[in-house]
Design a protein around this ligand. Structure first.
Ligand code: ADP
Length: 218
């Protein structure tokens, strides 16, 4: 049996943290466009160089770049057991393209999980976020500190703050979310995608419990 999931929500709502846990529980591929873009930037690919100027300003990367990057990813054999999309789609045209790709690959989504939390909570979560430079694992200075300050529990890599996690850039990312990404929820609903709205207030275990229940209960 495969499990194809989509995790949707504003920056800072905890998609990455929940996605790591869900993909390990269900043994499915975690596909995060943000991580793919940062990897492209680190490897100095032409696509990464173009994407960087948008990410640094807190703007969405143009659809054609993201779609080029995602390309055939969903067709890769490693997604046979399932996949978890995190941070994609972020615009209505990306949602329409995902719809087209899934149909052409003969795949469907089992759940679209929409996470939501108040804006001030999002800013707090993002400003305390620290990410492992090697394996991208995510921590929070208060809510989820690493065992040894500054280093990743999983691989021992150095933890740092993402360059787009400063307060001014966070506000831009939240504006982009309201203007361009939130309307994607209407697309999901009008196209009968299996949407579940989840309250993302509370601690990580509580949120995980709500998501897990929404996947298992039909
Ligand atoms: P967050 O969800 O906390 O904003 P991500 O790692 O998902 O973090 O995204 C970081 C940045 O990468 C976004 O602000 C945006 O510039 C870019 N990005 C990621 N995914 C997409 C996408 N699907 N479409 C456009 N831009 C994207």
């Amino acid at each position: 049996m495969s499990e194809n999931l989509l995790l949707f929500g504003p920056p800072g709502v905890g998609k990455g943290t929940q996605a790591q846990r869900l993909s390990s529980v269900f043994q499915i591929q975690h596909i995060a466009t943000g991580d793919m873009l940062r990897a492209a930037i680190q490897s100095y690919t032409p696509l990464g160089q173009r994407a960087k100027s948008f990410i640094d300003k807190g703007q969405l990367v143009p659809d054609d770049l993201v779609l080029d990057l995602l390309g055939e990813r969903l067709q890769h054999p490693d997604t046979r057991r399932g996949f978890l999309l995190d941070g994609f789609p972020r615009t209505v045209p990306q949602a329409a393209e995902l719809d087209r790709m899934l149909k052409s690959y003969g795949k469907t989504l089992d759940r679209v999980i929409v996470l939501d939390a108040p804006e001030e909570e999002l800013v707090k979560r993002i400003s305390g976020r620290r990410t492992c430079e090697s394996c991208q694992a995510s921590y929070h200075v208060v809510a989820r500190p690493p065992r040894v300050a500054g280093f990743c529990d999983r691989c021992g890599g150095v933890l740092s703050q993402r360059s787009d996690d400063s307060e001014e850039i966070i506000r831009n990312r939240l504006r982009e979310f309201s203007a361009k990404t939130k309307p994607v929820i209407d697309y999901f609903v009008t196209h009968d995608w299996p949407v579940r709205m989840i309250d993302a207030a509370g601690n990580m275990d509580q949120i995980f419990g709500r998501i897990y229940a929404s996947i298992l209960l039909s």
